[in-house]
Design a protein around this ligand. Structure first.
Ligand code: ADP
Length: 436
């Protein structure tokens, strides 16, 4: 472990490194400042949201493993802002003693939607039924002689023209349209998903993508989407934020209501799923789980090995935020259970409504920000990103709710949402350009 000694030996043990410099790293840096924890970020752009808030910056691409080695020399443990992690490039660092939390082994099944589904099945945890697109037999070659193709050449009989699309391979038993196809790695905010409504959609997808990179799952008729942020400390203790409802607009999170009015049994079921996952993976840090809830009960849609948009409300509404939990667990402290300090909270994302260059006078949205800040009980988080594009997450607001009674609280939340939407409308397009 000589290399380990050289990498970690002189590093400040209390400092935490984070690979990534977007809004999640920025909010982590704010929490780190409040707690007096030095935070070092690795991020490529000096204008990235976390740069001004971090104690130190390693200015490099997040997939630059040599830069992560530099980061390791400045801190005691390294965590990640998102799941686009090059595990292979980082494994020599782990072997040399760099402390990644969560560990690279724990992250391995989480960085791809296919391996997430395999993990859930292995642990007998509920998720939508799925199959790998690559497991369908190869689509027929659309050559001139293939059935279903127009004939050409000197002997061609124009009357023999049949539909241009060859038939796709049959669906596996028990699957029917509509289906949801998903890119296994690299998708976010609905980018890398496609609803398949017919054989023609399936055939088009097969012709356009590398089937090995995609999974296909049943289209779930959910009533609500729920989310849970959980954290596990180095002693194995698991704590969770309250279960919340998330609402998506064109597959991007639009608002989050905390807590969701759910039975004790449902909340316990969600917590048990989180504890099973974290414990099975020997995971240290924050893990976020997105669920579908409906006639099929609770199904896990997606796992994110990090803090999450659905937990932002915890900054103002809880005794410990998701960022505090990340700092505590990665920093080696005990994770205390976070408690709601108010009856509830509504978080609303501020998504870009039009494309504007960074130097455009409206790109800072000053008037809208002032109007939002003037609303009672509203906390604005502006990420300070360079440039605006449609659907880009530019900031969020958290509204603390006062009603104790769940139906009245939901009513209060929807009224506050309307108020916010009058100032900051939803985008009509679906394009989104940056990560979670
Ligand atoms: P991303 O990683 O792009 O956010 P998700 O898997 O979370 O992709 O899907 C985005 C949204 O698409 C979900 O929040 C949900 O609204 C919808 N969705 C995803 N999978 C399904 C499914 N199997 N059935 C129905 N809706 C789905």
């Amino acid at each position: 472990m000589d290399a380990a000694a050289s990498l970690n030996g002189d590093s400040p043990q209390g400092a935490i490194g984070i690979v990534g410099g977007g809004q999640l790293a920025a909010m982590l840096a704010e929490a780190a400042q409040r707690r007096g924890v030095p935070l070092v970020v690795q991020t490529p752009n000096p204008h990235d949201p976390a740069v001004a808030l971090a104690s130190q910056v390693v200015q490099a691409d997040v997939r630059d493993a040599a830069a992560t080695r530099d980061l390791a020399q400045r801190c005691g443990a390294i965590s990640f802002e998102n799941e686009w992690i090059d595990l292979q490039a980082l494994s020599p660092l782990a072997e040399a003693g760099v402390c990644f939390l969560p560990s690279l082994e724990a992250l391995q099944p989480l960085i791809c939607k296919r391996s997430q589904r395999e993990l859930l099945q292995r642990l007998c945890l509920p998720c939508p039924r799925w199959f790998g697109l690559g497991q369908l037999a190869t689509a027929p070659d659309p050559s001139p002689s293939a059935p279903g193709q127009p004939a050409d050449g000197p002997d061609a009989d124009p009357s023999a023209v049949t539909p241009a699309q060859p038939l796709p391979p049959p669906l596996p038993d028990g699957f029917a349209y509509p289906l949801m196809a998903k890119l296994a790695t690299g998708g976010y905010d609905g980018r890398g998903t496609a609803v398949l409504r017919s054989d023609a959609d399936l055939q088009t997808l097969l012709q356009q993508v590398d089937a090995a990179d995609w999974i296909v799952e049943e289209f779930v008729a959910f009533e609500q989407e729920l989310a849970l942020v959980a954290a596990r400390d180095q002693a194995g203790e698991v704590v969770c934020l309250p279960l919340v409802q998330t609402h998506q607009h064109q597959q991007v999170c639009d608002w989050v209501l905390a807590p969701v009015e759910a039975t004790h049994a449902l909340q316990q079921r969600a917590r048990n799923i989180a504890a099973s996952l974290l414990t099975a993976l020997d995971y240290v840090g924050v893990l976020s789980i997105e669920f579908f809830y409906g006639p099929q009960g609770l199904l896990v849609n997606e796992l994110a090995p990090r803090t999450h948009n659905s937990g932002h409300y915890s900054i103002e509404a809880c005794s410990l935020s998701q960022f505090d939990l990340q700092l505590l667990t990665v920093g080696g402290s005990r994770a205390e259970p976070p408690a709601l300090l108010v009856p509830g909270a509504l978080m609303v994302n501020l998504l870009g409504v039009a494309s504007l260059p960074a130097d455009h006078p409206d790109a800072e949205h000053l008037q809208q920000r002032q109007a939002l800040e003037a609303l009672p009980g509203v906390h604005l988080h502006w990420y300070g990103k360079q440039g605006v594009s449609v659907g880009r997450k530019l900031g969020h607001v958290t509204v603390l709710l006062e009603q104790q009674d769940p139906p009245l609280r939901r009513q209060e939340a929807m009224q506050r949402l309307e108020q916010i939407r009058r100032i900051w409308p939803l985008p009509s397009g679906s394009e989104s350009v940056d990560g979670p």
